[in-house]
Write a protein that binds this ligand. Sequence first.
Ligand code: HEC
Length: 304
Amino acid sequence: MVLIRLLVLVCLVGTGILIETLAAQNEQTNSKTVTHAAQFHSLSIPGLDNVFQIDRQFYSGSGPHGEQSFQELKKLGIKTIVSVDGTTPDLVHARKAGMKYIHIPIGYDGVSEDAGLAFARVARDLNGPVYIHCHHGKHRGPTAAAVVGLCRGSLDQNSALQFLTQAGTSKDYSGLWNDVKTFKVPEANAILPELVETAKVPPMVTAMTLISHNFELAGKLQQSKPGDQKERLRVLVLLREELHETARKYSDDYDEMFKQWLAESEAQVKELEAAVQQGNQQAFSTGMKNLKSQCKRCHKAYRD
Ligand code: HEC
């Protein structure tokens, strides 16, 4: 006789105390514990966004940045961090906080077969509390966490999809949704890949993580003090150079339109630099919006 437990997790924000109520039960067949909770437990943790507990041992959320967020993960009891985005994991801070890193980058278009097998290995081999993250903790991270939950048997297909909904995974990324919907848990004797702490990622992905970093930084500096003008210019120059290099070095597999769009973004960043030099906030804000829509236009056509 087996229990199907309904986990009701109540988080007392600020004290970090978790009260776990186990209620309801059922008998029958399956030896696994399946979460059918209506809601996944959401945690409020300084420096991290969209943090959810998907089962007793596994969490999903945004990427940690800087010492504080790693210390917060340590407080949560995390032993291993799994990154699924293209950024090189911050092994220095992780080690300092006594945690291991595993890197399984996936795209916005879905979970490849290899990545699915690697997630099965995560589910099989990692016991301790595990934190799975992408950049914002909304799309790829929850997808990976859902797949791991399926492999662990702590989620079924319905609750996995419910989790994506709660995490805010965009329906625009239909590949992510589809791969959770159709995911088949590998056989118990399947050969699973080795897990690595830093995976090789294609140069286009690395370039994009740098572009993304500088784009976000330029946006943040926008709201802060005027003394940031110099820093804002420096960041914009890096952003422009990265867009230029991406077109020149990594775009061979793409068509002319792709290169043209990169050139348009480069020109847009030049305008942003001019706006900063003239101290024209209005033009800067408008320019950032334009640039963002250019990022989206290309991702829609070539990435997602
Ligand atoms: C002309 C096309 C194009 C433009 C413009 C573009 N990107 Fe991308 N971006 C891509 C492609 C293609 C990928 C997927 C690369 C892959 O997975 O192989 C990508 C991937 C990404 C990723 C995911 C990296 C990862 O972790 O896997 C981020 C983040 C990103 N882009 C941010 C941005 C931002 C921010 C901008 C605008 C400032 C931008 N991109 C502009 C084409 C573009």
